[in-house]
Write a protein that binds this ligand. Structure first.
Ligand code: NDP
Length: 244
């Protein structure tokens, strides 16, 4: 068991950015709690699982999330980094998108982040040490067609992150945001509106098929965390150069 490095908790570790973030921290032997609903996907990642816990947790279930983090902390000590990465993007326009899709996005992208923060904040404030990195999006800074509810959720992540950062900064706890542009992950696979999907593809094609390598987002998370504790990078926006 590796007791030298502190515990890193990553939500949405089963694919996309979360899986890449897990790989980077794993390479440096951080003990990790890797969360997602599809644990078989996490277990299939090319990681050394000696010091990694994998748990099936839905981030909208605050009790399950807290219980899982508590279990990992009993073994590895307090969480030093929480990456609130789990999220969904269900494109559509408000006139005809099922309201259940808005609810899924707001529950996962906004409440899921708040749930994660509540699970670790008191302990971090008590220890006067800790970092929370929330995965937002450029859609948390600007609008995109067919993204109304997603934009609402990611503007929410920006707002809540900065508010909480201000509240906990005097406790030496860092709160940071990463706001990526479009990247190739499983994110689009849940979109049910085929028109919105083809609009999105046409937008990407219009910029030469932009793709941001998810590994670059992982590097960004690591860069933020690796700064000394007295330095809080509040936000990094990262996108493919050709993205408008
Ligand atoms: P993926 O779909 O590849 O990954 C999303 C992850 O979130 C999965 O691991 C999924 O795990 C997890 N997840 C979704 N819902 C829940 C839930 N209710 N409980 C627990 N885990 C959940 O997409 P990305 O890697 O692209 O997305 C990661 C984050 O990056 C999201 O917040 C997204 O909004 C953001 N983002 C993505 C961009 C992109 O273009 N790809 C651009 C900007 C931001 P499982 O299904 O196993 O539960």
């Amino acid at each position: 068991m590796n007791m030298k490095k502190p515990l890193v908790v990553i939500t949405g570790a089963s694919s996309g950015f979360g899986a890449e973030i897990a790989k980077l921290f794993n390479q440096e032997d951080y003990p990790m709690l890797l969360l997602g609903r599809r644990t078989e996907k996490i277990k299939g990642l090319p990681l050394n699982f000696d010091d990694s816990f994998v748990d099936s947790v839905d981030v909208t279930d605050i009790d399950a999330l807290k219980a899982s983090i508590k279990k990992a902390e009993a073994i590895y000590g307090p969480t030093d980094l929480l990456v609130n990465n789990a999220g969904v993007m269900l494109l559509g326009n408000v006139q005809n998108q099922p309201a259940t899709e808005w609810k899924t996005m707001l529950d996962t992208n906004v409440l899921g982040v708040l749930n994660g923060m509540q699970a670790v904040l008191s302990e971090m404030m008590e220890r006067k040490h800790g970092t929370i990195i929330n995965m937002s999006s450029l859609a948390g800074r600007k609008t995109f067609t067919n993204h109304a509810a997603y934009v609402a959720s990611k503007f929410g992540v920006h707002g809540l992150s900065e508010t909480i950062r201000e509240e906990v900064s005097s406790y030496n706890v860092r709160v940071s945001l990463v706001a990526p542009g479009a990247a190739e992950t499983e994110l689009l696979t849940h979109v049910t509106d085929q028109h919105a999907l083809s609009d999105y593809q046409a937008w990407k094609d219009s910029m030469g098929g932009i793709t941001l390598d998810p590994a670059r987002v992982a590097q960004t998370v690591k860069f933020i965390y690796d700064m000394p504790q007295e330095v809080n990078i509040r936000e990094i926006d990262i996108a493919a150069t050709r993205q408008d």
